[in-house]
Write a protein that binds this ligand. Structure first.
Ligand code: ZN
Length: 253
């Protein structure tokens, strides 16, 4: 597992995954007293719709696509993955969806997170990309494996897949109850005398990707912790769930 090479432009970090395939990770932008701060494209967690739309147009411009080709689901910690194979996509088809895959050029797919793991995937050889929202529930439920399967059904080969995880909660910040810890393999749980268990969620996601055939060296681990750096990234644990979201999207041109 590796780190990603990042180009940073204020509130959007860009990772070039392969020729013509870019991943984008947003941060809060200008931090204000508001839990929504400066930059937020998530339309269903209570932020001002006009501002959300301005941010959406901005990131679409950054990626060089039409804003109507930026597809984001309304997530519910499900393990539902939607294949985007034509546009437009009606809103109902994006309800209770936590991962997207596509092979359409110029269509950006992304997920919103605030502590959960955003996982962006690309098979540059076969031209298939994916984006998954992996909180602990979705991760344990199998969202990452489901997303890989959908990509393979679209023609991807796991041996060519590159994965990049965006900002999410680190193992030192992710304190959980025993009932949550019990659902993870032992090697992803940190149990120390005198404190509650902690879970290494990115390590768990990486293990699922590798078990699914992705090469360990093709998995880029998160470059930041949302909770450690909650001035820069939205963190549900730091700000509450009525807050902005970090957006992670991938597009092939
Ligand atoms: Zn942390």
């Amino acid at each position: 597992m590796t780190g990603a090479a990042i180009t940073n432009d204020g509130c959007i970090a860009t990772v070039n995954i392969a020729g013509g395939i870019n991943a984008y990770f947003t941060s809060r932008g200008e931090v204000t007293a508001s839990p929504y701060s400066g930059f937020n494209v998530c339309h269903y967690t209570g932020d001002d719709p006009a501002k959300v739309e301005r941010c959406r147009v901005y990131i679409a411009g950054k990626a060089g696509i039409d804003p109507c080709k930026l597809i984001m689901p309304r997530q519910t910690h499900s393990i539902n993955c939607r294949v985007i194979d034509s546009l437009p996509v009606v809103a109902e088809d994006l309800e209770s969806v936590d991962a997207l895959v596509t092979s359409l050029p110029g269509v950006a797919i992304g997920v919103s997170t605030a502590d959960c793991v955003p996982v962006l995937l690309a098979d540059p050889v076969n031209g298939v990309v994916g984006a998954a929202h992996a909180g602990w529930r979705g991760a344990v439920g199998g969202i990452v494996g489901v997303t890989l399967d959908r990509m393979i059904a679209l023609g991807a080969d796991p041996h060519y897949i590159k994965a990049v995880m965006g900002p999410c909660i680190c193992k030192d910040c992710f304190e959980v109850g025993e009932e949550v810890a019990r659902q993870f393999p032992h090697d992803c749980v940190i149990d120390e005398e005198g404190r509650k268990p902690h879970v290494d969620l990115p390590a768990y996601v990486a293990s699922i990707l590798i078990a699914g055939g992705v090469a360990p060296e093709a998995v880029a681990m998160p470059f930041a912790c949302t909770k450690c750096d909650s001035d820069r990234y939205f963190s549900a644990r730091a700000l509450g769930i009525n807050s902005g979201r970090n957006f992670s999207m991938i597009v092939k041109t």
